[in-house]
Design a protein around this ligand. Structure first.
Ligand code: KG4
Ligand code: ZN
Length: 347
């Protein structure tokens, strides 16, 4: 890849993420400010509060991330910001800030696709580049997708959730048990003490052909189980958390196994917040007939580093965003342009 120093800005939801990525030296600095406490009382992310908090944090964090990298604004070759998908107001903060600053500095800007950035995060560590084509399981709070990656930037959607995303299901199940937000890590923690034989939850849509997912039935099943055992003891919570986690992990595993068999591709990247789940990683690594790749935990959930990295790849390939500040709350990944082979990490 062309030598580049890129500032990455992530503001698509409830985390303000800033990072400085150097295409030769790697990640120089990475800061994350989470708004979790701000939204805790409301039981979910309040979009207007999220936007306002991004505005408060984005300038001081930019200064801090540059100082940590020992760089100044003038050193930057480009600025990458999340342009979608995500919350409109939250996206606009990062995009307006990043695009305007690039204009003021006379440097390049690139609007990055949040899910492509998640997908590429495991490749940030250059020791771990899967050969093309490979499969990717994207599991976050907003998306659950199985994708075939023909080359970087060229994605075929093999299957996706017809209702809730896997992370969203974790969050809702945790809320039912009073475990707090984000639910994924809370459920995983509670499940450590659970009895795996007490409950068996359904594996939705695994008895039907195809690679689509559905998690709403599992949500209803969890709600019914919670209602039946209320008031919940800590053992009830642990047992329900275990059954829930096993059902999600098993469902994701079954679909990945199906995708590997159908495609003959034996390399799978897992990315997005749920890819931090230890049971999911272990299950895929043990039982899937494929090599599994994932990012370190901090790069699985939202962060500025993945935005800087994805932006650096596209900037190095000559792509830039126009002066117009453009954000897309909904943005199918298949609409992205392939990155020329010579500039992709596997090229
Ligand atoms: O990728 P991400 O940070 O944000 C989105 O783009 O949505 O994903 C957040 C999601 C949340 O739903 C959270 O509960 C889930 O990832 N998550 C986990 C774990 N860590 C985060 N789910 C299961 N196990 C985890 N360890
Ligand atoms: Zn995300």
């Amino acid at each position: 890849m062309l030598a580049m120093l890129v500032l990455g800005i992530e503001t698509s939801c409830d985390e303000t993420g800033l990072a400085v990525y150097d295409s030769r030296a790697g990640l120089l600095s990475d800061i994350l400010y989470s708004q979790v406490d701000l939204h805790a009382d409301y039981g979910g992310v309040v979009p207007e509060l999220a936007s306002r908090d991004h505005i408060r944090k984005i300038s001081p964090l930019t200064r801090e991330v540059l100082a940590q990298a020992n760089k100044t604004l003038d050193d930057l070759d480009g600025i990458a910001y999340t342009a979608g998908p995500g919350l409109m107001g939250a996206l606009l903060v990062g995009a307006t800030f990043g695009r305007s600053m690039a204009w003021a500095l006379g440097t390049k800007a690139i609007g990055v696709h949040h899910m492509e950035a998640h997908l590429l995060a495991p490749l940030l560590n250059q020791n771990q580049v899967p050969p093309l084509p490979f499969l990717a399981l994207l599991v976050s709070g907003g998306h659950t997708q199985l994708v075939k990656v023909d080359r970087i930037g060229s994605y075929q959607l093999l299957g996706e959730s017809l209702d809730d995303a896997a992370g969203e299901a974790f969050d809702k199940a945790a809320k039912m048990m009073g475990l707090g937000y984000p639910g994924g890590p809370m459920i995983a923690k509670a499940a450590l003490n659970g009895d795996p034989n007490r409950f068996r939850f359904p594996r939705p849509m695994t008895d039907r052909p195809g690679l689509d997912f559905s998690f709403s039935g599992l949500k209803t099943h969890t709600l019914n189980t919670v209602a039946k055992h209320t008031p919940l003891s800590s053992q009830d919570i642990a047992d329900i958390a275990t059954a829930f986690e096993q059902a999600v992990v098993d469902t994701l595993f079954i679909k990945c196994r199906r995708a590997v068999k159908a495609s003959g591709i034996k390399h799978l990247v897992i990315a997005g917040g749920v890819s931090a789940n230890q049971r999911l990683r272990a299950r895929l690594e043990q039982d899937l007939d494929a090599q599994v790749y994932y990012a370190p935990n901090a790069l699985c959930t939202d962060n500025g580093a993945m935005i800087a990295y994805a932006g650096a790849l596209r900037l190095a390939a000559g792509e830039t965003s126009s002066l117009a500040i453009q954000t897309r709350p909904r943005w199918p990944m298949i609409e992205l342009a392939p990155i020329p082979a010579g500039d992709s990490p596997s090229g």
